[in-house]
Design a protein around this ligand. Structure first.
Ligand SMILES: C[S@@+](CC[C@H](N)C(=O)[O-])C[C@H]1O[C@@H](n2cnc3c(N)ncnc32)[C@H](O)[C@@H]1O
Length: 228
């Protein structure tokens, strides 16, 4: 992860639950959708890529009885917070302090999910991560990919930026964070269109790739690894 991105997430950790709702207008809906999709499939082993403060992993542990979660996070600050937040479920959680680009699991997963993370990864690394995580899934396993996305029409993207900037300000987001967030998006991030993300998923070997939720610059994609 780039050092500027690392610094951004180190700062975002304080009051994360407030800030993320100021920056992602339908954050709770996104999280609920991911957790519900996992609950419906009752996976026994789950990987959370870019777990942040561990809030979605904690909800998965609550909603999917018997599931074990591996929560992977690269930022020191976020990782420490995830450790504290997931401590009550320590017997069902494995915390990994690592960049997904370097991760080599020693087990397979029934489900892998990630939310608001993969847009941080450079295109070549992202393609290889998608191929590797297809390899880590058990046959029939599910990959749920929530992320920031880009609309194919630049004017629509400009509208999304203006809409989200106004939303963040109206929700009380500090002006410095508004500035940092949209500067990061413009200079450091690598969001795909929904079509590009689905096509990269298919190229990595996934079946049934389809969008299940979308709102302005965010979407959730669902894909599966075929059974032999
Ligand atoms: C916007 S937060 C999202 C956290 C959580 N998934 C959520 O939806 O609230 C993005 C998180 O991904 C982590 N991250 C970004 N790139 C990563 C990478 N290459 N490997 C592991 N974690 C990464 C960041 O450190 C940060 O904690």
């Amino acid at each position: 992860m780039k050092k500027e991105t690392r610094a951004y997430y180190a700062d975002l950790k304080a009051d994360y639950s407030i800030k993320i709702r100021q920056l992602v207008p339908k954050y709770d809906e996104m999280v609920e959708c991911i957790v519900e999709l996992l609950r419906l499939r009752s996976p026994r082993s789950v990987l959370d890529i870019g777990a942040g403060i561990g809030n979605i992993s904690a909800l998965v542990l609550e909603s999917v009885p018997g599931a074990r979660v591996t929560a992977l996070e690269v930022s020191d600050e976020m990782f420490r917070e995830a450790q504290a937040n997931l401590e009550p479920a320590a017997d069902r959680v494995r915390l990994v302090h690592q960049d997904i680009v370097d991760f080599e699991p020693n087990e397979g997963y029934d489900a892998i999910f990630t939310n608001l993370v993969l847009h941080n990864i450079a295109p070549d690394d992202r393609r290889s991560v998608l191929e590797r995580l297809h390899g880590w899934l058990e046959p029939g396993g599910t990959f749920i990919w929530g992320d920031m996305i880009r609309h194919p029409d630049e004017r629509v993207n400009e509208y999304f930026v203006e809409y989200r900037r106004s939303f963040a300000r109206a929700a009380g987001c500090p002006e410095e964070l508004v500035r940092q967030n949209f500067e990061k998006e413009a200079t450091e991030d690598h969001p795909l269109t929904v079509e590009q993300a689905l096509s990269e998923g298919r190229e990595a070997g996934f079946n049934d790739a389809s969008p299940v939720w979308a709102h302005d610059a965010f979407a959730i994609l669902f894909m599966r690894k075929a059974r032999p």
